[in-house]
Ligand binder design. Structure first.
Ligand code: DC
Length: 648
């Protein structure tokens, strides 16, 4: 087991397409129905992962014959043609909730004895509702350790069937399992659901797969299903790509503000998790529902309130996406996901908090109050939950130093997840529309200047300090005694002053390297920079500057948003306010800590709220909190990301 994986951010928006593996839910339903069917079924697009291996082992133990072609992702399964004969075997469902909840009623419908068991994690997940339903049908079940939990011994002598009630607010898997065993009951089965079922689309998927294998389920009303005694017949079935797995890549499109297409899914999908795409649409992403594909293009996204009861497996993806939204996002209707692989609400709250996200855990959901400026890397616990690993990895696409512990837990449903994510890494040479510029924006004191200078040296590229240009105009105004509020006079100065920015800053022939950093210049410069006419003069000069030299590292406040929105690599450098103040305090002997802090707050406010070119995190920019890191660490991380972008 590998101990951890550190995600290297993309550094730019991703554009690409992904082939996601077959749906776990679809595969495991098809495997079981094929195992119970008369004849040989052919399945394609099958998922091979821990959860489906558990089901494959289980159906083999029950006597189904399986021929695999793992390269082609196909299976031929010759079924039992009815309920199983049990020979006291133990069926190990590993950590697979679907395998265990689907197999238990099938065992109950058989003849003989068997034991159902699983991993420690599965042993702690609930089974009580299904056990109660099967007991009410006359089956003898014995939990050998804790009531309502695995391991369970089954003494089966067929099921007469009839009518049962099932509580459905913990897991829809209980209903799906009972439905799949229902045609094996002598008199068939009528299922009455108590309460509003969670994840209802999964029940619909079960019915659809059963229908494909020749068994009809009648839905009398929203809570009553009738299954007559019948036989499954072998069939040919193509498993759909996994819509939950696809959610991570749609999330990647939105988070990096790029564009991702997933083939093999469209509006006709039988997977409820496809609804995640509609949520992204509501958040402001551009969604194309194609014929045989879905494409999501990210833009700035807003927040909103979303009930995910029907597609809760995408809640963690949505929470990760929400960290990059422009306003609050609330997810509700998912209290029951506390009983999944882990308490997913508690886990997501703990891990996002570590990354600087303000998140509140509610009884039935999550409230996320995003602020991109505060995002930071962290070591992420994954709680043996594949969805924790996959969703939290998405933060790493824009935030350096997201370290995922026990990344192999993705093997449960998506062994190639990290390779697929890596496949979306943008490559400079595939784009003709980008400028060879590394854009570094960020607030005062974030370490921008030092980082930009050292990164330029490390990569052998020119360095451009655009802040020095605005400072030079402020100094020219100070020298000439021009009123800072006189916008026209300042603009005239910006046009006429000769500014040279190289090793030294020279203004109209006079060295001003120190002069541009005096407290007086500091005071004036944000007003100068907030003057739109001054920007109209200086921004074209900045573009020309970089273009003439064939690109380089350019730092400022609007490089990724205004000056070079098509920059090859964009960075938003930030740090805690207190740390930024300390850095500034150490640089200047003339100010007290209190006045440095006040000055920084004021400048953050002016820079980020001014009407013209406010300081914003540029689309797709890496958000790098340098608090607690050395300059060398920051430079080395950025150089690595850059090299990833330009690698062949
Ligand atoms: O990065 P600095 O502190 O030297 O920047 C000086 C001022 O200029 C600061 O108030 C932000 C502003 N500035 C800007 O508006 N746009 C830029 N591209 C660079 C700096």
């Amino acid at each position: 087991m590998s101990k951890s994986a550190v995600i290297t951010p993309f550094g730019a928006s991703t554009i690409g397409s992904v082939k996601v593996p077959g749906s776990k839910s679809h595969t495991n339903r098809a495997l079981l129905c094929a195992a119970l069917a008369q004849g040989t079924s052919r399945l394609s697009g099958v998922l091979f992962a821990d959860d489906t291996e558990a089901m494959l082992d289980a159906i083999r133990t029950l006597g189904a014959e399986v021929e695999e072609n793992r390269r082609e992702l196909t299976l031929e399964i010759t079924g039992l043609g009815g309920s199983p004969r049990l020979d006291k075997s133990t069926i190990d469902c590993r950590s697979s909730g679907t395998t265990s909840r689907f197999i238990l009623p099938v065992l109950a419908s058989g003849h003989g004895a068997a034991t159902l068991d699983g991993s420690e994690q599965l042993r702690s997940r609930p089974f009580a509702e299904q056990i109660a339903a099967l007991r009410s049908l006359g089956c003898t079940l014995q939990e050998t350790q804790m009531p309502g939990e695995l391991p369970i011994e089954i003494q089966a002598d067929g099921l007469a069937g009839g009518e049962i009630e099932v509580t459905t607010d913990t897991s829809s898997q209980f209903v799906s399992g009972l439905l799949m065993a229902a045609p094996l009951c002598d008199k068939g089965l009528t299922l009455r659901l108590l309460g509003t079922p969670v994840s209802r689309p999964y029940i619909d998927m079960t019915i659809e797969v059963m229908r494909k294998f020749g068994v009809d389920v009648k839905k009398l009303d929203d809570s009553t299903y009738v299954v007559p005694p019948s036989r499954y017949r072998a069939t040919v079935l193509g498993v759909e790509p996994d819509a939950t797995a696809a959610s991570y890549f749609f999330g990647a499109a939105v988070i990096t503000q790029g564009k991702v297409r997933v083939d093999g899914l469209d509006k006709r999908s039988i997977q409820g998790d496809i609804q995640f795409v509609s949520v992204l649409d509501e958040l402001g992403a551009k969604v194309t529902w194609g014929d045989g594909y879905i494409e999501v293009e990210g833009d700035h996204i807003s927040g909103g309130s979303f009930d995910l009861q029907d597609f809760s497996d995408t809640a963690q993806t949505l929470a990760a996406v929400a960290a990059f939204a422009d306003s609050d996002l609330e997810i509700s209707g998912i209290g029951f996901i506390r009983a999944k692989e882990t308490d997913r609400l508690a886990a997501m709250t703990a891990e996002l908090t570590k990354c600087g996200v303000e998140i509140t855990e509610k009884p039935d959901g999550l409230l996320i109050r995003p602020n991109k400026w505060l995002l930071r890397g962290a070591t992420i616990n994954t709680y043996d939950d594949h969805r924790m690993a996959m969703s939290m990895s998405l933060l790493g696409l824009r935030v350096p130093r997201i370290e995922i512990l026990d990344p192999d837990c993705v093997n449960k449903t998506f062994p190639e997840f990290f390779d697929c994510l890596e496949g979306l890494r943008p490559r400079a040479q595939e784009r003709s529309d980008i400028a060879a510029v590394i854009a570094i924006d960020g607030p005062a004191g974030s370490g921008k200047s030092t980082v930009a200078r050292q990164l330029a040296a490390e990569l052998g590229l020119p360095h451009f300090d655009t802040g020095a240009m605005y400072r030079a105009v402020a100094v020219a105004a100070l020298r000439a005694g021009v009123d800072i509020e006189d916008a026209d006079a300042i603009t005239k100065l910006a046009k006429e002053t000769n500014i040279e920015i190289q090793e030294r800053i020279v203004i109209d022939g006079v060295d001003a390297t120190e002069e541009i950093r005096t407290p007086e210049a500091n005071q004036m410069v944000s007003v100068v920079a907030a003057n739109p006419q001054v920007r109209r003069v200086l921004v074209p000069q900045q573009r020309e500057w970089a273009t003439d030299l064939g690109g380089g590292v350019m730092e400022g406040r609007d490089i990724g948003t205004e000056v070079f929105p098509d920059a090859l690599f964009k960075v938003f450098l930030t740090a805690d306010l207190s740390i930024r103040a300390e850095r500034r305090f150490n640089e200047s002997s003339e100010q007290t800590m209190g006045s440095v802090l006040d000055d920084l707050k004021r400048r953050d406010q002016v820079d980020s709220t001014r009407e013209d070119s406010p300081l914003l995190v540029a689309p797709g920019a890496v958000i790098f909190d340098s608090s607690g890191l050395s300059i060398e660490d920051v430079v080395s991380d950025l150089a690595t990301i850059f090299r990833g972008l330009v690698a062949g």
